[in-house]
Design a protein around this ligand. Structure first.
Ligand code: MCN
Ligand code: MOS
Length: 764
């Protein structure tokens, strides 16, 4: 295979082109409050909706008294399982048909505590809230399974697709000179975006407009269109700004179905947001996981076998899989391997995606276990990782496209000062603080789905870029503008990027850390076509000032069309457009394969994950990599853990904007600190209810929990991974943080904590 290197500037790029450290273009609007988030839109005549949720986890609603609610001031409508619309079941995100029968957004069957059971719509939010509180629900209750530790939960159901095996892992384990085996756990974790989920729904005849934060406007528009049996074009989702999603805003949810049906029934726009407490049950976060890992090795620490048996919780109503073998199966060179996984149905909301689903808990287990092995054989934790370094993908048995993990250990270790570490646990202290240094690696695959972008060069010399992809803070606006500026030769401040609207050209989900690679690729393609068209006009248009120049090509730079060898000043694009009498030059390009460009294939591509390529497709295994080095200070008396220093070296290939990539990395690392030390959905076993359903009790890191985080890029351009050489950024950094912290805690205290989060009662 030959890899085409596109024409890209190298070295220290100027701010306005790819590779430059341009600040976020959406920053000023957000800081000054000009950015309108979905629910801030002022829509005339809006009705306010409030959801009511179940207070039991399992059983049936026997009756619901809504008379007081209906008689309350301002109340316009109360929806219950007995009077809701039956919707048509929608295609799944994977592109498979939805379940048989209609889709019911509210049902009398209760399968988790906090399930929506009714909705109240009134003239004001206060009226709706008060009326909702007056609804009395009676249930016939059944015993609930609170979680996978419930004696009634059983072992669950094997997920065949998760079985990964080579060699003879059990036998090699039995014969290994050194064996370690332990169970590692993660609790239920939640996305808790600052902006809760909600929407404004407005019907104009058969046209439905939704202001709703979304990581995937096209995919969600498809679900709504199918639910309400509308043509796809009749649904418009507007989502230019999103207050955090972290995986939770990619799919259409029941509360939205209820709001849309109320808007239809009332003939008025409806606004509905879930409360903070309801964000813990209106959608699911990361399911609780447990895994046993057995590592067999030589006494020198060379791995001979890995046996992994994992499970995650799922809902009674559906199968959510958190792939626990994702990192385990590719991180180390091991001749014998076996990973299997079950899902255990319990009475919970269906779990969803939370930053690096799979990779995150997978690395938690493996990167803790390899640390345990390092101590068991008495070698340095970095050493053991290098000793077992996988020179190619051990599962797919194909080469890596690029893998700068060795560099990550070297560069990160050097910056951290790893060589000064004293190997023994409990051997470093500062007064009352036990000091520990830990390391762990992480990885995230490069996912690939085609994208589409529109480029429009306007008569005033500015350009517009449009796509239905979204920016929830990652930097999509900024890197798309940088891509266009570089190709078009138009200064970045003259480029206007429009995103987050399903009326714009199609885009795939902003999930799986793929959007940056896909959309810079699509913009690059469309912008090249626009530039060629503009140059073509300059060479050939009868009114072009370049017509007599006898050049066979021209360049564009700083917004001016220039003759080839710097002869003369050229002509500003705006002046040129006036001279030739053009309003605009417009190009729309997609990166779909030729045979999938039209009709249903094209529609399915953007509204399901139909054409997403596996990271191993094409003969190379494509992944981002990282190594985290952590220092913790553990209070000897109280067992409190502080992360006092952290250095991470990351390989995401070429960075389109290092400032933004570093910010993504820091954000992910901060989430990892939260996962390691704070985050845990606490289930009241009596009621199978998550009781810390608020931001005072479900703790996420604040500034004082986070030290200065040093992040270092060790990536090199990878043109097999993407057209412009980048790999995944967004989810990579959270992977490996929790085990690096746990490993540091072990080094500080001699205590191995295998169940997250690492709270003080586990250490004293
Ligand atoms: N980037 C870069 N060079 C690359 C790749 C990316 O400079 N080679 C930078 C760009 O600024 C780009 C950003 O990193 O906008 C993220 O790119 P990418 O890794 O492609 O991730 P996506 O754009 O697909 O974003 C989704 C990803 C996911 S899946 C979750 S979950 C997540 C995340 O991004 N949720 C976030 N980061 C988040 N950041 C914020 N602020 N809020 C969320 O909800
Ligand atoms: Mo990210 S969890 O793939 O939206």
């Amino acid at each position: 295979m030959t890899v085409m290197e596109p024409n890209i500037k190298r070295g220290d790029a100027a701010d306005g082109v790819l590779g430059g450290r341009l600040s976020r273009l959406d920053g000023p609007a957000k800081i000054t409050g000009k950015a309108n988030y979905a629910l801030e839109n002022q829509i005339d005549g809006v009705v306010h909706g409030v959801m009511v949720q179940s207070t039991i986890a399992a059983g049936t609603i026997s009756s619901m008294d809504i008379s007081a609610a209906e008689a309350s001031p301002g109340v316009l409508l109360v929806l219950t399982p007995d009077n809701i619309m039956e919707l048509k079941s929608a295609t799944t995100w994977a592109g498979t048909p939805g379940p048989e029968g209609p889709y019911l957004a509210l049902t009398n069957e209760i399968t988790f505590n906090g399930q929506h059971v009714a909705a109240v719509f009134a003239e004001t939010l206060e009226q709706a809230t008060a009326a909702a509180a007056s609804i009395k629900v009676s249930y016939v209750e059944k015993p609930a399974i609170f979680g996978f530790d419930d004696p009634g939960a059983g072992e669950g159901i094997a997920v065949e697709q998760m079985t990964i095996e080579w060699g003879n892992a059990e036998q090699a384990l039995a014969e290994a000179a050194v064996r370690i085996e332990a169970e590692y756990r993660t609790p239920r974790e939640y996305n808790v975006p600052i902006e809760p989920h909600g929407l404004i729904a407005k019907w104009d005849g058969d046209v439905l407009t939704l202001w709703e934060p979304s990581q995937w406007v096209d995919g969600m528009a498809r679900s709504y269109a199918e639910w309400f049996e509308l043509p796809f074009e009749n649904v418009r989702i507007i989502s230019p700004y999103i207050g955090g999603g972290f995986g939770s805003k990619a799919l259409s949810l029941p509360h939205a179905a209820v709001a849309i049906m109320a808007a239809r029934r009332l003939g008025r726009p409806v606004k509905l947001a879930v409360t903070r407490a309801q964000t813990f049950t209106a959608f699911g976060g990361r399911p609780a996981t447990r895994q046993t890992l057995a590592l067999g090795a030589t006494k020198e620490g060379k791995l001979l076998s890995i046996v992994q048996r994992g499970a995650n919780e799922t809902a009674m109503t559906g199968a959510a899989v958190e792939p626990l073998g994702a990192v385990t199966s590719i991180m180390y060179d091991v001749p014998n391997f076996s990973s299997r996984q079950n899902i255990v149905p319990v009475h919970t909301v269906l779990p969803g995606a939370l930053r690096a689903p799979g990779e995150n808990p997978s690395a938690w287990g493996l990167e803790s276990a390899i640390d345990e092995l390092a101590y068991a054989v008495g070698i340095d934790p970095v050493e053991i990782r290098l000793l077992n370094y996988a020179e190619q993908d051990p599962h797919a048995k194909i080469p890596w496209s690029t893998r700068q993990l060795r560099e990550a250990f070297a560069v990160g270790g050097e910056a951290f000062g790893w060589s000064k570490r004293s190997p023994k646990p409990c051997s470093m202290r500062d007064g009352n603080a036990l000091i520990g240094w830990g390391v762990a690696a992480g990885t995230y695959p490069v996912r690939r789905t085609p994208g589409e972008a529109l480029v429009r060069i306007l008569a005033d010399g500015t350009a517009e870029i449009a796509s239905s992809s979204i920016d929830m803070g990652q930097g999509t606006y900024t890197i798309m503008a940088q891509t266009a500026a570089e190709v078009l030769g138009i200064p970045v401040e003259k480029i206007h990027v429009k995103l987050g609207d399903s009326a714009l050209p199609r885009a795939p989900v902003a999930g799986g850390s793929q959007l940056a690679n896909l959309m810079t690729g699509a913009v690059h393609k469309a912008a090249l076509a626009a530039r060629d068209e503009l140059i073509g006009l300059a060479l050939n248009d009868v009114n072009s000032p370049f017509r007599d120049a006898q050049a066979n090509t021209l360049t564009i730079s700083e917004g001016r069309i220039l003759p080839p060898r710097g002869e003369g000043e050229g002509v500003a694009i705006a002046d040129f457009m006036r001279q030739i009498g053009r309003e605009k030059v417009e190009t729309l390009r997609d990166t779909l394969p030729e045979d999938k460009r039209d009709g249903k294939d094209r529609y399915d591509n953007f509204t399901t994950m139909m054409t997403m390529k596996a990271p191993t497709e094409g003969g190379y295994s494509l992944h981002s990599w990282c190594a985290h080095f952590v220092e913790v200070r553990v209070d000897e008396d109280f067992g409190t853990v502080r992360v006092s220093r952290m250095v991470s070296a990351l390989d995401s290939g070429r960075l389109y904007n290092p400032k933004l990539a570093e910010s993504q990395w820091r954000g992910g690392i901060i989430m990892g600190i939260g996962q390691a030390l704070l985050e845990e959905g606490i289930v009241d076993e009596r009621y199978a209810r998550v009781i810390n359903n608020n931001l005072a009790d479900y703790l996420v890191p604040t500034n004082s929990d986070v030290p200065d985080l040093q992040v270092i890029s060790v990536g090199i351009p990878d043109y097999r991974a993407s057209v412009l050489g980048g790999k995944a950024v967004g989810e990579l950094p959270i992977v490996g943080v929790a085990p690096a912290i746990a490993n540091a805690v072990f080094h500080a205290t001699g205590k191995r904590i295998r169940s997250l989060p690492i709270t003080l009662e586990k250490l004293i």
